[in-house]
Design a protein around this ligand. Structure first.
Ligand code: CO
Length: 199
């Protein structure tokens, strides 16, 4: 019920103040997160919770299957604010195993706008069909596609004018690719970090 949310909120805010009377006053004064998180909207992968970060520590953008569309104004404006105003040091593209959006991309039966949204994943699967077709087990194949989607996302973020401009002026910012396991609650580094792009 909606009223439960207000009850939970009151309990939480009172507990925070009981622990640290200045907590909200300090948090309200300034926002200086070190991380910008681009993740899936999946309710099981909340950035703050899975990364163990308190309010104020991570700036967040989430969409279905953490797809990076180069012309997504929502993502681009959030990314620009994170890099130029907040000066985050780490941009994290985080996918997850068991992603319903990734599954839908290759299922051929998704309708409507969601189908259009995940089109880049469908093309990605076609581009990597040689590798994916060699994975016999379906979930393992989808999980590999989730990883490829993250690696692709990192490359796309790194190619935006926002990151290129940041690196051109010598900003200390890196783009990382992570994947989260729903089954074990663990984050893994996919080892595709980009710290700058030449040329
Ligand atoms: Co997902």
């Amino acid at each position: 019920m909606l009223s439960d949310i207000f009850t939970r909120n009151r309990v939480w805010s009172e507990a925070m103040v009981a622990d640290d009377p200045d907590y909200f006053r300090r948090l309200a004064a300034i926002q200086r997160p070190e991380f910008f998180w681009i993740g899936c909207s999946d309710s099981r992968v909340p950035a703050n919770v899975v990364a163990g970060l308190q309010p104020g520590m991570v700036f967040v953008h989430r969409n279905v299957a953490n797809v990076i569309h180069s012309s997504d104004m929502n993502l681009l404006s959030t990314l620009e604010f994170a890099v130029e105003e907040l000066a985050v040091q780490h941009v994290i593209v985080c996918g997850h195993y068991g992603c319903g959006g990734v599954r839908a991309a290759v299922a051929e039966r998704t309708q409507g706008l969601a189908n259009h949204w995940i089109e880049p994943i469908r093309r990605l699967a076609q581009r990597h069909s040689a590798e994916l077709d060699n994975i016999a087990e379906e979930q393992a194949r989808l999980d590999r596609l989730s990883e490829l989607n993250v690696v692709e996302g990192v490359a796309r973020v790194a190619e935006t004018p926002i990151l290129r401009a940041a690196w051109a002026r010598g900003a200390d910012v890196a783009v990382h690719g992570l994947i989260y396991g729903l089954r074990d609650g663990r984050l893994r580094n996919l080892g595709c970090t980009v710290t700058r792009i030449r040329g």
